[in-house]
Design a protein around this ligand. Structure first.
Ligand code: DC
Length: 256
């Protein structure tokens, strides 16, 4: 293990793939802390809007990073966000922040400033960290790397239902269009694009209930930790593998 016994789990995947709810449940199952790194990007996006700073102005947005802090809420979950001491945990999850956060996250200055913060939060291990580039860039020595994914249609449908919108309506279609746009920006940016690490275990969640996905990720983490222990003991393990979420079988590279 990279951290002398306290495991580090990188849980990456696209928008609305369930990283936050699944990650928190999996962390609780293993007695680990949980941190969703998207919160830091969201906090900076909110701070930019709040200060009248252009979200695409990387240096100006990065200069706001010292004003952001993250604290534990319930059960070791690092979920309370403050800007200059003011609790903005609810404001960072709004539609306005959704619209500009990809632009904030593509700036190299922002990514450099938040890289240090994320590593500091994960120090000491014993944590599940959710994000887009945790396994590839932020914590490349993580003990287990998971890539949680579902088709864009499935993810947009979940997001629509959460907001009380019929996925088949025009508003539902707008959510799908926005999801595809964000996937394009997050996956296509020059620095730390959203992508699975080569050795990541893929968990596809199309058609799953939340409980099925949690069970699939718990199984993947258990398998990943066991494989790491085998490797540490001088054995061999294979590279990335695919675990179909829950009871379904998932094909890689399905429609996005
Ligand atoms: O997961 P989320 O929707 O809360 O993420 C918000 C934005 O932050 C999204 O545009 C991707 C970006 N992000 C990132 O670039 N790297 C991370 N490790 C986490 C999030």
């Amino acid at each position: 293990m990279v951290t002398g016994g306290a495991p580090v789990v990188a849980l990456d995947g696209p928008a609305s793939s369930g990283k936050s709810s699944v990650g928190a449940a999996v962390a609780a199952a293993f007695g680990l802390r949980f941190f969703d790194s998207g919160l830091l990007y969201r906090a900076l996006a909110f701070a930019a809007l709040d200060h009248g700073v252009d979200p695409a102005d990387g240096p100006a947005v990065a200069a706001l990073a010292p004003s952001v802090s993250v604290e534990p809420g319930q059960e070791g979950r690092l979920e309370r966000v403050r800007i200059d001491g003011r609790d903005v945990s609810a404001q960072v999850r709004t539609h306005e922040v959704d619209r500009v956060v990809s632009a904030v996250a593509r700036a190299p200055e922002v990514r450099a400033a938040l890289l240090i913060r994320q590593r500091a939060l994960a120090e000491g291990g014993g944590i599940v960290v959710a994000g887009r580039d945790i396994g590839t860039v932020v914590l490349p020595a993580a003990d287990v790397k998971i890539w949680l994914d579902a088709s864009a249609g499935e993810r947009a449908g979940r997001r629509a239902l959460e907001r009380g919108i019929d996925p088949a309506s025009a508003a539902g279609q707008a959510i799908l269009d926005e999801m595809r746009r964000r996937d394009g920006v997050d996956g296509g940016r020059a620095i730390a694009p959203a992508r699975p690490a080569d050795e990541a275990i893929h968990v596809r969640t199309d058609g799953n209930t939340l409980d099925q996905t949690i069970a699939a990720v718990v199984a993947a983490v258990t398998a990943g930790l066991a494989a790491g222990a085998t490797l540490a003991a001088g054995g061999r393990t294979t590279g990335g593998s695919v675990i179909a979420g829950g009871l379904t079988t998932g094909a890689e590279g399905a429609e996005r």
